[in-house]
Design a protein around this ligand. Structure first.
Ligand SMILES: [Zn+2]
Length: 124
C-alpha cells in the first residue's frame, strides 16, 4: 500500500524526565517491530491495522502518553506498514529495503520530530 498524500504522525510525550542512555539502549534493542508485538495497546494497534487494511488512513495521527507506552514504536510500525510494498494484514514485512531503512531511522521520507520540553530538554 502506498500513501501518496503528506502524512503526519506527531508524538507528544507526557511529562517524563529525560530518557537515560540505558533506557534508550533497551528501547532500541527490544522495540517491537510489528503491531502484534506492541504490549498493552491492543485497541490502538487493531484500529491502525484496520485503517491500513481498509485504506482509510487519516491525514495525521497524534500519539500522546507517558514515557514507555509505545508512542515511538507504534509510529515507526505505522510508517513501515504504510510504506512497505509487502505489507500483509496491515503489518509491515520488516524485510524489505523500506522497512529496514525506517527501522534504522534512515528512510528519507520518514522524519521523526523530537518534541522539546523547554524546562527539561528533549523528551520521549
Ligand atoms: Zn516491508
Amino acid at each position: 500500500m502506498w500513501c501518496l498524500e503528506p502524512f503526519t504522525i506527531a508524538l507528544i510525550p507526557g511529562r517524563s524526565k529525560m530518557v537515560s542512555k540505558s533506557y534508550q539502549v533497551i528501547a532500541r534493542k527490544w522495540r517491537p517491530q510489528q503491531f502484534e508485538e506492541v504490549v498493552g495497546q491492543k485497541t490502538i494497534t487493531r484500529t491502525l491495522q484496520n485503517a491500513i487494511r481498509l485504506g482509510r488512513i487519516a491525514h495525521a495521527y497524534l500519539f500522546t502518553g507517558t514515557r514507555g507506552v509505545g508512542k515511538t514504536s507504534t509510529a515507526r510500525i505505522l510508517a513501515k506498514a504504510l510504506n512497505c510494498a509487502a505489507a500483509k494484514d496491515g503489518e509491515p514485512c520488516n524485510v524489505c529495503e523500506i522497512c529496514r531503512a525506517i527501522s534504522k531511522g534512515e528512510d528519507i521520507d520518514v522524519v521523526e520530530i523530537v518534541v522539546q520540553d523547554a524546562k527539561r530538554g528533549p523528551v520521549g
